[in-house]
Design a protein around this ligand. Structure first.
Ligand SMILES: Cc1cc2nc3c(=O)[nH]c(=O)nc-3n(C[C@H](O)[C@H](O)[C@H](O)COP(=O)(O)OP(=O)(O)OC[C@H]3O[C@@H](n4cnc5c(N)ncnc54)[C@H](O)[C@@H]3O)c2cc1C
Length: 544
């Protein structure tokens, strides 16, 4: 019989080897009655000045009944999904190899569906060469960079794998990441992260997995057009190896992320229904990680069982919400750009999270009433801000301002104790030159309050690097309850770019949902395909 024991706490200094005896005591069992013990959840509780690791444990018990606080673990919900009988008229084309597209393609390939995954960027090795070249001052490749390429926008990230929605698709997304090497901790840690270094390996293994299941993956393949006829996508064009290829898809999963502005514009010009959606903008803020550790963990700051401390803060600034987002402990700020002449930033960290600074976006909610009119008003709003940021020095040197200078409305002349980690140079200026005035006003109002919530957050030498403009999609690609676009019955917008996810796991889960909706409608047979579609799928099958 399986039981869960909740609320077992250890101080960071206590040996996790104690968990068995503590669990037995709480369950009213002799330790020898526990055949198997495992961690079901683990979190850090640093409230009220006390720091502990809090566990929920699973127990397999033999020949005894717990007399204490033990909760029977129910059988896992069966993971049923429907299989349809519709005939596919071509392969299922998944566009975009970010978490959404990769997990959609894997789900389909695993069930024997004919899948062709198109990704405009490169495989990880080549992508790393282009991206690291850019991060060291080289030129930007608009199709192979921090945002585009195998793994999508999450590849150069903190690798936070938080799954807010633990429905079946969310759990499947985490399981896939674990299967391809993410480590079992992501299944039980309250705030799992693996860092960019480990995440890249997991992503590449996932791509290999798709290929070994018979899916075909083309890198350097950019979707450039779709042709609708009779309410279906009748053909789709993409550029690959200098040629334009056209084929008839059975269904299309559109998982192109929130930075594929050319793709948004192509969809809009064709009449695919889109609408602007709210998101948030601001700047990255950096502090010494040791300051954050000290405030959060007190005497346990720097303890190896705790790792680098995190924070998540919210406030009001006038009538707008202000909050920290995508905090990267021990991380660095990077240019997160795909378009020449535009500049925005984001954060990433390695598994060890051992950099000197903590960084986080500090952002203010914006909504369609702040944008120019039209479905793509939010994209134009982002571009204007990013252009202003680039134009400060006509380069990728990022607008930089100390917090004290920002609060006193003066440009920064000299850095203080906190040295910003952004790699392409600092353009000392005032954030007021690049961000909308209402955003700066809200940030100024919120900072002192946030400084009371996390002592030191508003310290004079904390540094802003801007602009943080791509916190989530500014557009929603509308879809019906069955997951299809009102534009075409076989077009499935999914993931962050379509406005239905925000983060690696949630985008992956949305891809899995899209795949299952397709499977609920179609049978997996690829017999009867002709022309290009057949040859792409045959090539994959032959290799597999
Ligand atoms: C620097 C950074 C750090 C982040 N840190 C985290 C984090 O720690 N944890 C977290 O959960 N989330 C993080 N995020 C957010 C996360 O990366 C995204 O939510 C997630 O990647 C969205 O997945 P997606 O598959 O929907 O889109 P994307 O990951 O954006 O993938 C879209 C893919 O589509 C491709 N594409 C675009 N247009 C075309 C086209 N026309 N033809 C073919 N291919 C195309 C792109 O090249 C890209 O690879 C971070 C994002 C960034 C930028």
């Amino acid at each position: 019989m399986l039981y869960e024991i909740r609320g077992i706490s250890l101080t960071p200094d206590q040996d996790p080897g104690l968990l068995r005896s503590l669990a037995a005591k709480k369950a009213g069992l002799d330790p020898s009655a526990i055949r198997k013990l495992w961690i079901r959840r683990r979190s850090i509780d640093a409230r009220r000045g006390r720091v502990s690791l809090v566990y929920a444990l699973g127990l397999e018990v033999v020949d005894s009944r717990p007399r204490g606080e033990a909760f029977p673990i129910p059988e896992p919900e069966p993971d049923h999904f429907l299989r349809g009988e519709g005939l596919l008229s071509g392969p299922i084309v998944v566009v975009g190899a970010g978490p959404c597209g990769l997990m959609a393609a894997h789900t389909l390939a695993e069930e024997g569906y004919p899948v062709l995954l198109l990704e405009r960027g490169c495989r990880m090795g080549e992508r790393d060469i282009h991206t690291n070249g850019f991060l060291s001052g080289g030129s930007l490749d608009p199709d192979s960079n921090v945002l585009f390429g195998e793994g999508g926008a999450g590849a150069y990230s903190d690798g936070k794998l938080t799954a807010r929605n633990r429905d079946i698709a969310g759990r499947r997304a985490l399981e896939l990441l674990m299967r391809y090497g993410a480590g079992e901790e992501i299944g039980y840690d309250a705030k799992p992260h693996i860092g960019t270094d480990r995440l890249k390996g997991v992503i590449s293994a996932l791509t290999d997995g798709i290929q070994s299941l018979g899916g075909r993956v083309l890198f350097g393949a950019k979707l450039t057009g779709i042709l609708e006829a009779g309410g279906e996508i009748a053909s789709l064009s993409f550029q690959w190896k200098g040629q334009t290829e056209t084929l008839q898809p059975g269904a299309v999963v559109l998982a192109t992320g929130h930075s594929a502005r050319d793709t948004y514009r192509m969809l809009h010009s064709l009449g695919v229904p889109l609408m602007p959606k709210p998101f948030a903008v601001g700047a990255r803020i950096e502090h010494h990680q040791s300051m954050v550790d000290g405030v959060q963990y007190g005497a346990y700051a720097g303890h190896p069982r705790l790792g680098a401390a995190e924070y998540a803060l919210t406030a009001r600034g006038g009538d707008r919400g202000v909050y920290t987002f995508c905090m990267c402990p021990g991380g660095q700020v990077i240019p997160s750009v795909s378009d020449p002449g535009l500049l925005c930033v984001n954060g990433m960290s390695y598994h060890a999270r051992d950099g000197e600074n903590a960084n986080s976006a500090l952002i203010v909610q914006v909504s369609p009433k702040d944008y120019p009119p039209g479905p793509l008003g939010g994209v134009v709003f982002q571009e204007e801000m990013e252009r202003r940021a680039y134009n400060v020095t006509n380069s990728y040197a990022a607008p930089t301002q100390r917090v004290e200078d920002f609060l006193r409305r003066r440009p920064t002349r000299r850095l203080g104790a906190v040295k910003p980690t952004y790699p392409l140079g600092h353009a000392f200026c005032s954030l007021d030159d690049v961000l909308p005035d209402y955003v700066c006003r809200s940030l100024r109002e919120a900072l002192p309050y946030l400084g009371r919530k996390l002592r030191g957050f508003d310290s004079p030498d904390a540094v802003f690097t801007g602009v943080e403009s791509r916190t989530s999609a500014p557009v929603r690609i509308l879809r019906n309850d069955d997951g299809t676009s009102p534009y075409a019955h076989n077009l499935y917008p999914a993931g962050e770019g379509s406005g239905y996810a925000g983060g690696i796991v949630s985008a992956g889960a949305d891809g899995i949902r899209a795949a299952r909706k397709i499977m609920a409608r179609f049978a997996s047979s690829s017999r009867g395909f002709t022309g290009k579609a057949a040859s792409f799928i045959m090539m994959a099958r032959g290799r597999g």
